[in-house]
Design a protein around this ligand. Structure first.
Ligand SMILES: [Zn+2]
Length: 105
């Protein structure tokens, strides 16, 4: 059970209470709902970011090894750039997801 502050009197009350036990004001619970929604939205955003990085990584590998031979010249730069960006992007996203999940709603 978490404690939140009453929006009217700022005294600590249970997050599950429907009305403040100090001043009797009704609590809508909107604040919690909003913070939950934004938490879920951020999670979805991070998952998309991870998929995008993964696609970039795979695209880099495909460009690099297209035709069964290691790339040369411009193709190797493009493939290498996608590969590295995708890989780093994926690692960063994983880290962001871990940090995000640690946050309690
Ligand atoms: Zn109150």
């Amino acid at each position: 059970m978490a404690l939140i502050e009453c929006p009217s009197c700022n005294k600590r009350i249970s997050s599950k209470a429907t009305e403040c036990q100090h001043c009797g004001s009704q609590l809508s619970g909107d604040n919690q709902v909003l913070s939950k929604i934004s938490h879920i939205k951020r999670s979805a955003q991070l998952v998309n970011q991870g998929l995008l990085s993964m696609s970039l990584f795979i695209a880099g590998v495909v460009v690099w090894f297209w035709g069964g031979e290691p790339a040369e010249g411009l193709r190797s730069y493009i493939g290498g750039a996608c590969f590295v960006l995708g890989f780093v992007g994926y690692l960063v996203t994983r880290l962001q997801i871990v940090l995000h999940e640690r946050k309690k709603v």
